[in-house]
Design a protein around this ligand. Structure first.
Ligand SMILES: [Zn+2]
Length: 458
């Protein structure tokens, strides 16, 4: 019997044949999409609503008049930085790291990291993001897994590996063997936990924040256990050029020399790739995660995403962290990705359908989950989002292209319902898996304690 039926919405999805738009019921059984039944037209309702299970155990979500989309997927987020929101504005990336992010990450304890992660996951789910690839800090990564497990998001989470001092910064690292033991214990405890929702990534913070030996260990384990490698690449021009002058060469060249450059690698940013690095990327099929808000706010530059797509590279989207964005809003990143490249490449560069694909299936490919999530197809896991269309900023509806409407018009606060693995985790724009007020209160308290430990003013 169906567990959930999402009734009567305009279903947007992208698959092998491009983006599809149908008016359908989506039937969920065993956490997966069991059927997509096309409808004859019904009059639109004002907003989505949810019928509590009565005599029948099937839960019905009335999505008539709404859009139904695959859950958005973000391939670069730092849950540990959500508590830093508003503390590091209008700085370049090096000052931002030295004066704020690095001292604050080092001041985290288990409780503050857990509060930061819970706040981030709550914001992501409420805004229609159902899957994330995240990079945490050197310590307390377990707290991020616990928050993801408790709140119900799909997450691949990596402890930041930093056993090497990066020239030109104070980012001094950790003992390589201790760090590796922690990775192995996270793998043992969390990989596949939460009914398969959670996974472990191997996340050297940047190519030069981990030793070549640690990179080789990561590459070997990633192949053996089929894990994602996740790192920052060429975000800041000055940093990329300075590190590129070292004997190891530029970031992508160094990654290739360690055997890390393959389709398990997800590289955040890639703003400043040389021609030689682009050619390596084209050949080795690593994934790029475009983070438009973060790149704008830290004045890093515009990643040449149109060129990467023309090269056949898979590009996903990410909000990065609340310290450099300051939102974790998948809708905003999708819209910005579609807008940013038009002044230099023309209005048809990166059209809405492509931005929608980057935010869904592109993210799924980056996470290695494209067989299970990223589109609404029979047999896939039911990660679904219902988007209201009855608000002033989206009226009038029904005459334009729903895919363009999705990318250019809608906002994360239009999300009414979210399902992850068939479980309804957001209904009527409220999180069901935790008390939002408690999450905010805990974040306030833990931020005050964190600032005290870091010696920064409240
Ligand atoms: Zn980042």
């Amino acid at each position: 019997m169906a567990e959930v039926v999402v009734r009567g919405g305009v279903v947007l999805s992208c698959g092998a044949g491009g983006v599809t738009v149908t008016e359908s019921d989506v039937v969920v059984e065993g956490g997966r999409i069991a059927d997509i039944r096309r409808l004859t037209r019904r009059p639109p309702r004002r907003s989505a609503s949810r019928s509590p299970a009565g005599a029948s155990s099937t839960e019905e979500i009335d999505a008539a008049g709404c859009l139904v989309i695959p859950g958005l997927i973000q391939a670069h987020v730092h849950l540990c930085q959500t508590l830093f929101r508003g503390l590091a504005d209008d700085m370049d990336v090096i000052t931002w790291l030295r004066r704020r992010v690095w001292p604050l990450e080092q001041a985290h304890d288990y409780a503050s990291l857990g509060a930061s992660a819970a706040l981030g996951v709550a914001e992501l789910l409420r805004g229609g993001t159902t899957s994330v690839l995240t990079m945490e800090s050197m310590s307390h990564t377990e707290a991020a897994f616990e928050a993801a497990e408790r709140l119900g998001i799909r997450a691949i989470i990596g402890k930041a590996l930093m056993d090497r001092w990066e020239p030109g910064t104070e980012m001094v690292g950790e003992d390589a063997d201790d760090a590796w033991s922690e990775v192995l214990s996270l793998l043992e405890r969390w990989h596949g936990a939460g009914d398969g929702r959670l996974g472990v990534a191997l996340s050297p913070r940047g190519p030069r924040n981990a030793s070549p030996e640690t990179w080789r260990r990561c590459v070997e384990l990633a192949r053996e256990a089929d894990l994602r490698l996740h790192t920052h690449v060429n975000e800041n021009r000055e940093q990329a050029d300075r590190l590129g002058a070292s004997p190891e060469g530029r970031d992508v060249e160094a990654l290739a020399s360690w055997g890390a450059l393959d389709d398990r690698l997800v590289m955040a940013h890639c703003v400043w790739l040389s021609a030689a690095e682009r050619s390596l990327l084209r050949r080795h099929r690593a994934h790029v995660c475009h983070c438009p808000s973060a790149n704008l706010k830290l004045a890093s530059g515009l990643a040449p995403v149109v060129e990467y797509l023309a090269d056949g590279v898979n590009v996903a989207l990410g909000a990065d962290g609340a310290a450099c964005n300051n939102r974790l809003d998948g809708f905003e990143e999708m819209r910005l990705a579609a807008l940013l490249h038009k002044p230099s490449h023309g209005p048809r560069a990166l059209p809405a359908a492509l931005a929608f694909e980057m935010a869904t299936l592109g993210g799924a490919r980056a996470l290695g989950l494209e067989r299970d999530v990223g589109s609404i197809e029979v047999g896939k896991i039911a990660d679904l989002v219902v988007v209201r269309r009855d608000r002033l900023h989206s009226a009038p509806v029904g005459f334009g292209d729903p895919v363009s409407e999705m990318v250019y018009t809608h906002r994360s606060d239009d999300v009414s319902h979210v399902l992850v693995g068939g479980r309804v985790v957001v209904a009527d724009s409220r999180l069901l898996t935790a008390d939002e007020n408690l999450i905010r209160a805990e974040a306030e308290a833990q931020r005050a304690a964190l600032l005290g430990r870091a010696g920064l003013p409240d």
